[in-house]
Design a protein around this ligand. Structure first.
Ligand SMILES: *Cc1c(COP(=O)(O)O)cnc(C)c1O
Length: 340
């Protein structure tokens, strides 16, 4: 038996559902007629972009924060992205202090977004490592509780509540297409959905530039990858040097892992916008990208795609919708106007 089963089960996910009710929403599951026609079977979109922070990470954060004792002096984390937003929002809902630690390199818009949710922003040093050190200091010296972005049983269980909602709304679902980074989302959903329907197929999808979980699953051990700019920025980053849960869970619970290119993500963001009127970040479009590029195994029955979030820079979104080229570090993605 894998060690992770000692720390969480589908009962942990069931419990999370009650704990996060009132903070995270049960999100809509809507059909995409364009993608369904393309796939030859029904494709449903799970719209996590409708959450109060514009992304699913509010689920895991709310579950972890709900479990803290009343006398806990507050929480800390060092994510500048959707996890930081989730922690800020859920802490505020519980009336708790939240500190989000980040480096000087983080864009002002992200700083402002997290501050607007009531969190205290700590800007320390010029690297994520220095920000992480400040977060550790707050744990040791001020007694704040660190909320990890994915490798934590309560965070995984919170994300897993999506799996419960999916299988309740559509018991006939045969395939789940899940954006894959640290793996908390995919592990939680797979755990919950397979407890209800063991035969459901769960596929994790990442960008082909810096996919730590994909590379680690292939190598059979935790490998670190170079982090490079990507349209799927929320899928970047490593698994953590001491990954305890998500690598083993993804190894045991995922049926497949697939990579998509930046061009395929660009095209999928356009498709979701022009065909389904959806504004989403690149990390949310990887499932659609794999489908449109013909990279998925044959889908025999209905499939759900998790549209994980919508927190992207709107000027980038405008450029992509207008078919303009986009710069990603030293790579220029050629522009291409959308045609169905
Ligand atoms: C965090 C995140 C993911 C990936 O979740 P993991 O649990 O790290 O695999 C996917 N999409 C968005 C928008 C995210 O913020």
């Amino acid at each position: 038996m894998s060690d992770w089963r000692r720390e969480l089960s589908n009962a942990t996910v069931e419990a999370a559902r009650g704990a996060i009710a009132g903070i995270a929403l049960e999100t809509p599951l809507v059909p995409s007629s364009y993608l369904s026609a393309h796939a030859g079977t029904e494709i449903l979109l799970k719209l996590e972009l409708a959450q109060p922070i514009g992304a699913f990470k509010i689920r895991g954060a709310a579950n972890a924060i709900a479990a803290l004792p009343d006398d806990c002096p507050g929480v800390t984390c060092c994510s500048t992205g959707n996890h930081g937003r989730g922690v800020a929002y859920a802490a505020k809902a519980r009336g708790m202090r939240a500190a989000v630690c980040m480096s000087e390199l983080v864009p002002q818009a992200k700083v402002d977004g997290i501050r607007a949710l009531g969190a205290e922003v700590r800007i320390i040093g010029r690297s994520q490592d220095e920000a992480a050190e400040e977060s550790r200091r707050l744990v040791e010296q001020e007694g704040l509780a660190e909320i990890p972005p994915f490798d934590d049983p309560l965070v995984i269980a919170g994300q897993g509540t999506i799996g419960l909602e999916l299988m309740e709304a559509r018991p006939g679902l045969e395939t789940l297409l899940i954006p894959l980074s640290g793996g908390g989302l995919a592990a939680g959903i797979a755990l919950a959905a397979k407890a209800v329907k063991p035969a459901v197929r769960v596929i994790g999808i990442s960008m082909d530039r810096g996919a730590a979980m994909y590379e680690s699953l292939a190598a059979g051990r935790n490998v670190s990858v170079e982090e490079v700019p990507s349209l799927a920025d929320s899928l970047g980053g490593g698994l953590g040097a001491e990954n305890r849960l998500t690598l083993d869970m993804c190894r045991d619970l995922l049926d497949d892992a697939i990579l998509v290119t930046e061009e395929e993500i660009y095209r999928a963001m356009q498709t979701l916008y022009y065909e389904d009127r959806i504004v989403c970040e690149g990390g949310s479009a990887v499932g659609a990208a794999a489908l449109i590029a013909g990279k998925l195994p044959r889908l025999a029955g209905p499939a759900a795609m998790i549209v994980t979030g919508r927190n992207l820079d709107m000027s980038v979104h405008h450029d992509i919708m207008a078919g303009r080229s986009v710069r990603l570090g030293d790579l220029t993605l050629e522009g291409r106007p959308y045609h169905a």
